[in-house]
Design a binder for this molecule. Structure first.
Ligand code: GLN
Length: 536
């Protein structure tokens, strides 16, 4: 939109963590982009890690990867899935990365002898990282989600930075605060006090929220809204109910019903009459709620106690299956406990198996056992990254007669290193941000399951790995029936392996799950679901 100065919306959270700030930010973004605005969403994370790439999934859930190779918070996955806009390095800022920049500048002498302090140097760097999205990409709206809970010591510099931004931009910025209105069953009442306290905490930092989004298990009565409005200095129609939803994909519509987008536009002095184009979204929701068949898919991984570890994979299943009016039931299978004895019982009755990405050798033999079973029993298989590497190892051991074949990640001195460290990775010792990351090209063979799904010869997919198929063995594999049907045209790295004599057996070195969105399910997930349906 021309002559439009970027508007900045800040989303904070109070009372408790896990209220779903990311989903509220993504839902508001969806509503604004459905009105034709160009929107991006950014996450500020208050931890000292430079990025979540070095964190265990049990600490932080899945690490999401952008096309430009940033290892980021999983909320960026929600932003992309809802908005279908790509995010980038700039969309995830951590305290570690802020300090790193400031300290590097200090070492270069950029502060000209000054004492370097949290205010103004850290806060200035935070402000720069927020504004950079509006300044360089012409976004109409930059929605910035501040991680953590208001009152946390570690998020104070972020709160101060966004206070200053609103002071500078005045009517071009606004604050949305997400809180919890708990229901006390003993009293039979919804309670507003935690919300009042959390707004007071924000006020102590100089921030008056413009809009309160109240998470609740029961509808907010007019009285409750009135009370929250009065005690928190917020207009009554800016007290937005956010009732628990059956699916996260319903939240944009719930927020629209509560007029969140209209209140936002009004408070930013913008016209709220524009059309909100959500037909396709509504169609998706209808199909999601009214499936006419089901498939059972096993997800073999080692972080199954925390479902967030495989967030994008689960969402990609939902996108692809919904398109086919099919419901996916995921059976979470702990790779560590899959032995030859338990395998039949564990994988029985499943219509397809996905073997998940991962690092290190824990659970790898279970993954290999699972792949042997699906290969021999002709069950559709999708292996992602380590899952693909395990398929190669299994084939080497059981078909190519290479006993003990392995990846050098698991066994550096294996006799048959069918998966080996990439040349450019050999000298790298730092762990953070040093893998092969982000989008790379891949060319497909026309005669393949993958081509049948993508229906195009040239694709681009995101990566996050250090090890690769060892091309020394390529001929052996091809002759024995496992083909490389996708490779990187620049350096010949194997990107996809398939077994064409199997009903559907695909292993990919990249991560298709990162680029699946609600309105554009990923072709490989669609192909896999189709194969699972046929296998019922
Ligand atoms: N650990 C393997 C590698 O680095 C696979 C990584 C992954 O599954 N993301 O190559």
């Amino acid at each position: 939109m021309s002559n439009f100065s970027t508007k900045y919306i800040f989303v904070t959270g109070g009372v408790t963590s896990s209220l779903g700030k990311g989903i509220i930010a993504a839902s508001l973004g969806k509503l604004l982009s459905a009105r034709g605005y160009k929107v991006t969403i950014q996450k500020l994370d208050p931890y000292i890690n430079i990025d979540p790439g070095t964190m265990n999934p049990y600490e932080h859930g899945e690490c999401y990867v952008t096309t430009d190779g940033a290892e980021t918070d999983l909320d960026l996955g929600h932003y992309e899935r809802f908005l279908a806009n790509k995010t980038s390095q700039a969309n995830n800022v951590t305290t570690g990365s802020i300090y790193q920049t400031v300290i590097e500048k200090e070492r270069k002498g950029d502060y000209l002898g000054k004492t370097v302090q949290i205010i103004p140097h850290i806060t200035d760097e935070i402000k720069r990282r927020i504004k950079i999205l509006g300044d360089t990409n012409n976004f109409d709206f930059v929605i910035t989600e501040i991680g953590g809970t208001v009152g946390d010591i570690e998020s104070l510099p972020y709160i101060e930075a966004v206070r200053q931004i609103k002071w500078e931009l005045q009517n071009s910025a606004l604050y949305i605060h997400l809180t919890l209105v708990p229901y006390l069953s003993a009293a039979g009442e919804l309670k507003t006090k935690p919300t009042q306290h959390s707004v007071k905490t924000l006020l102590e930092s100089g921030i008056q929220p413009d809009i309160l989004v109240c998470r609740t298990e029961h509808p907010l009565t007019e009285n409750i809204k009135q009370k929250i409005a009065l005690f928190c200095n917020v207009e009554k129609d800016a007290v937005i109910e956010s009732i628990d939803a059956k699916t996260i994909y319903e939240v944009p519509l719930l927020m629209q019903k509560e007029n969140l987008d209209k209140v936002v536009l009004r408070k930013l002095n913008l016209d709220d009459n524009s059309d909100v184009k959500l037909d396709k979204w509504k169609d998706f929701l209808f199909k999601l709620k009214n499936p006419n068949q089901e498939v059972n898919i096993g997800l073999v991984g080692k972080y199954i106690k925390l479902k967030d570890s495989y967030k994008s994979i689960c969402e990609a299943f939902i996108h692809a299956s919904t398109e086919k009016k099919c419901k996916v039931n995921i059976k979470w299978i702990n790779a560590g406990s899959l032995t030859e004895k338990t395998i039949k019982e564990e994988l029985d009755n499943l219509n397809g198996i996905l073997v998940a990405p991962g690092f290190g050798d824990r659970g790898i033999e279970g993954k290999i056992n699972a792949i042997k079973y699906v290969r021999e029993n002709k069950i559709p298989f999708l292996g992602i990254c380590l899952g693909m590497q395990c398929a190669v190892i299994e084939y080497a051991r059981n078909i190519l007669n290479m006993p003990g074949a392995n990846s050098t990640e698991m066994k550096p001195n294996t006799k048959f290193p069918v998966i080996d460290i990439m040349e450019e990775q050999k000298e790298i010792t730092n762990k953070g941000g040093t893998m092969r990351l982000g989008a790379y090209n891949c060319t497909l063979d026309k005669d393949s399951f993958s081509y049948n799904s993508y229906k195009t010869l040239k694709i681009e997919e995101r990566h996050r790995h250090r090890y690769e198929f060892n091309n020394k063995y390529l001929n052996d594999f091809t002759k024995a029936g496992m083909q490389c049907v996708g490779n990187n045209p620049e350096n010949n790295l194997v990107e996809i392996v398939e077994i064409s004599s199997h009903p559907w057996f695909v292993g990919v070195q990249f991560h298709p799950e990162y680029s699946s969105t609600v309105l554009n399910p990923h072709p490989l997930f669609s192909g896999f679901i189709e194969a699972c349906i046929s296998n019922k």
